[in-house]
Design a protein around this ligand. Structure first.
Ligand code: SF4
Length: 327
């Protein structure tokens, strides 16, 4: 690979979950002086456009308001029916992938080929993406498919940035900081598509992440102020007892639905315990106020993402806390 020059790309896509690490990736680009009109935030919506099941209700709107606050473009991508439809797949094909286009229309691809198969179980908390199917099916494939199926990425150089950090897991510590993205097609004679994947904060410590967020005066996703150390799905399969007890406290009805699915499937999400037992053994985080609880369960994020002058930036209670999330 030639020497890396961050300024040599036409387009910068930040894989943006709304969490602290993808926020840091975006702010890092601003620090480098990359023009905002060449940056796009891409958010893969775990639950699709149907009713929320596994993720935070507020996350899509937090991401939208974040983009608005910084004056950058945001595009959403999702698998039709989201997490729930994929989980309930029974002798059927995986659903089509949908993504927003610059002309405000939505394109739909896939979902017509392959072999029918059955899941009827939660993803298993494993680094192996075959059994932890949520990351592969709802994020990774969705993102690369949206690049592959948009001609606007042909004949230009695109850099996709994502916020994995080595501190989070030994697997992530081994990820390359730069490599061709899985959507790359640079050697095509007819329609070359040059796409690199960049993980600029792989070696950052959590302190550096909060430092850049503070410097840009960003109000983080509400989950951090309630005690979450990572902004993954509300019911992330990697959550520990306290995280699940907190999610159950915030969303009791969805929790009951998820517990019921464990019974229907005859297969628990965790290998060693069922969710009811796990939740009963945990303690909800102490910083879950009524206001934060309502904000996190709202479809409308109604606070300024960039703190107004005079408002003090406060380190969220979840910072440097429990690090349970995808490995
Ligand atoms: S955050 Fe957790 S549950 Fe959500 S897609 Fe990632 S690994 Fe799966």
């Amino acid at each position: 690979m030639n020497e890396f020059n961050i300024y040599s790309y036409d387009k910068y896509i930040v894989s943006f979950s709304g969490g602290k690490d993808s926020t840091a990736c975006f702010l890092y680009l601003l620090d480098q002086g990359i023009p905002k009109d060449r940056i796009e935030l891409w958010h893969q919506d775990i639950d699709g456009r149907e009713s929320v099941f596994f993720d935070w209700e507020v996350t899509p709107d937090y991401c939208r308001k974040f983009a608005e606050a910084f004056g950058v473009q945001i595009y959403f991508q999702w698998k039709e029916g989201g997490f729930k439809r994929e989980m309930l797949r029974e002798n059927s094909l995986t659903a089509p992938i949908c993504f927003e286009l610059p002309d405000n229309t939505i394109q739909k691809v896939g979902g017509t080929r392959g072999n029918p198969s059955t899941r009827l179980k939660f993803p298993q908390s494993s680094p192996d993406l075959k059994v932890r199917w949520c990351s592969a099916y709802l994020k990774i494939d969705v993102c690369s498919s949206a690049i592959r199926n948009q001609e606007r990425f042909n004949n230009i150089r695109t850099l996709v940035l994502s916020g994995e950090r080595g501190e989070e897991s030994p697997q992530r510590a081994k990820y390359n900081i730069l490599e061709p993205d899985r959507s790359d097609l640079r050697n095509s004679k007819t329609r070359p598509r040059y796409v690199d994947r960049h993980r600029p904060i792989r070696d950052w410590k959590e302190e550096q992440v909060w430092e850049i967020i503070e410097r840009y005066r960003v109000r983080a996703h509400p989950c951090y102020y309630m005690g979450w150390g990572r902004c993954s799905c509300k019911f992330c399969i990697f959550g520990n007892k306290n995280q699940f007890a907190s999610a159950a406290f915030i969303s009791p009805e969805l929790t009951e639905e998820i517990i019921e699915f464990e019974k229907v499937f005859g297969c628990t999400m965790k290998r060693t315990t069922d969710l009811r037992t796990l939740i009963d053994s945990g303690t909800p985080y102490q910083h879950i106020t009524q206001q934060l609880k309502e904000l996190s369960a709202s479809y409308d994020y109604n606070l300024p993402v960039i703190l107004p002058d005079g408002e003090e930036w406060i380190l969220p209670s979840g910072a440097y806390g429990e690090m349970c999330g995808p490995s």
